[in-house]
Write a protein that binds this ligand. Structure first.
Ligand SMILES: [Zn+2]
Length: 466
């Protein structure tokens, strides 16, 4: 048996994770992500898939972020009908996120049609909500740490990767005619001291490793994010102001809710109402209860006790009417809403109404990409455009570091050191050229690893005649 891999994404870039494995009579994909960010990357979402999707027999997912699952509806629309393996929480998260993605694609196509800036006369979405729904029956959810077979010669096991709820490292064991080989896909690795998620599992053995390198060039500052968060909130409350926290619905919102609960409980910030104003974030938070075995909050997630996601000061606002009542809110209160980079969503109308008041504070808790409204606010611009109007930024803008869901360079190395023997080959993936390059060099110098940074659409023969 021969084993080959073709890199259909996450090669010298962070998005579009898709690795096509071929063991001769069986072809399967590990992750099925969307390309995001720069236009030339996003254009790849429209490229013809390098093989007929009908020929591919299975998909193995690591976790539910869009850059790992976001291409699924397109692939299913184009004929893929095999099983999609993932952990139980990943299946549920994926449903929430794919529906949202379908809606966004439809809205973008509609917007392009109205504005007439598309090069097509009739711009079409990459996929629709309906296309996203067609993916759901194909999910075959699996437990962590329990091997399952995807082919008579291929067995997969998921291990906790931290990062986000349900995120997994995938170990793929290929039983050839004469030899057995182990492939390990890191997926995205989380932090080693996350208060909610388990740390990334160390895997003792592998022949070939795929290691992510998002922060391969960065060592996280040794700061306590909860203290920075407390400082921003106390500062704003001292002015009798209102705090707005734009946050991603998945992961970041729950981490913020966790810290706010702890800070109030310990008296480090005054007890004040918290409004979680995002239906998606509410749905995601509820999954932590359904999958309590897959994170560390297990001891406190009980209906009868107060816990970070359920206490007397925490209010879940699902309806639009509820959201609107927050426009008149004044004084000491906290609104958590999406999107995290203030590029859309309900947080826009909170910013629209509350940015002009100098008493208020806006606390960013994640990376703000270039060109986003969040970045302009963090950069201290005095006016921002919202709903086509110029809004004065009189509120104070804060930025809290250290809430990242990604392992830093030290943590990636710590995970790599977990192998008892060095793998024969390691692909350094899911990182911009510079961070992938720096991590690859470090793995080579310090651990003697044989590393490769693959190129987009590059193929490698991993084993022959096994
Ligand atoms: Zn991820």
């Amino acid at each position: 048996m021969d084993v080959t891999v073709k890199f259909l994404g996450a090669a010298a870039t962070v998005t579009g994770s898709r690795y096509l494995l071929d063991i001769g009579e069986f072809e399967f994909l590990v992750d099925c992500g969307l390309f995001q960010g720069r236009k030339e990357l996003r254009r790849r979402n429209w490229d013809k898939f390098p093989m007929p999707p009908t020929d591919m027999e299975a998909i193995v997912l690591t976790h539910a972020h869009m850059d790992h699952i976001g291409y699924l509806p397109k692939l299913v629309k184009d004929g893929f009908s095999g099983p999609i393996y993932c952990t139980d929480p990943t299946a549920e998260l994926a449903k929430i996120l794919l529906l949202d993605s379908g809606k966004l694609q439809e809205e973008e196509a509609e917007y392009a049609r109205k504005k007439g800036f598309s090069s097509h006369d009739d711009p079409q979405p990459l996929y629709t909500v309906e296309d996203a729904e067609a993916v759901f029956p194909l999910f075959v959810p699996q437990n962590f740490k329990k091997p399952f077979s995807i082919h008579p010669s291929v067995e997969v096991t998921y291990y906790h990767a931290g990062h986000i709820l349900g995120a997994a490292i995938a170990k793929v064991v290929i039983k050839g005619d004469t030899q057995t080989k182990k492939l390990v896909f890191s997926g995205d690795l989380g932090r080693y001291h996350d208060p909610i998620l388990y740390p990334p599992t160390l895997i003792p053995e592998a022949d070939v490793v795929w290691i992510e390198s998002t922060y391969g060039d960065r060592v996280a500052a040794a700061i306590k994010p909860e203290e920075e968060l407390a400082r921003a909130i106390n500062d704003t409350f001292d002015r009798d102001g209102l705090v707005i926290i734009p946050a991603f619905a998945v992961g970041r919102t729950q981490l913020v809710m966790y810290y706010l609960y702890q800070l109030m409980k310990k008296g480090k910030i005054p007890s004040a109402p918290i409004y979680l104003d995002s239906p998606m974030a509410i749905n995601v938070s509820n999954l932590y209860k359904d999958f309590h075995q897959d994170h560390q909050l297990v001891a406190v997630l009980d209906d009868h006790v107060q816990h970070p996601f359920q206490h007397s000061q925490l209010h879940y606002y699902r309806k639009q009417e509820q959201s609107r009542t927050l426009n008149d809110l004044k004084g000491r209160a906290i609104i958590i809403s999406a999107s995290g980079m203030a590029t859309g969503g309900r947080v826009m109308h909170h910013l629209f109404h509350h940015l002009p008041n100098e008493k208020n504070g806006v606390v960013f808790v994640g990376y703000q990409a270039d060109g986003t409204r969040g970045r302009r606010l963090v950069n201290g611009e005095p006016m921002v455009s919202i709903y086509g109007q110029q809004v004065a930024v009189n509120a104070k803008i804060y930025s809290v570091e250290g809430l990242s869901a990604h392992a830093d360079q030290n943590e990636l190395m710590e995970w790599a050191e977990g192998f008892n023997e060095k793998p024969k080959l390691a692909f350094v993936v899911h990182g911009e050229e510079e961070s992938a390059g720096i991590l690859a060099q470090k793995l080579k110098n310090e651990l003697g690893w044989n590393t490769v940074i693959p190129n987009y659409l590059e193929s490698f023969v991993l084993f022959t005649g096994i």
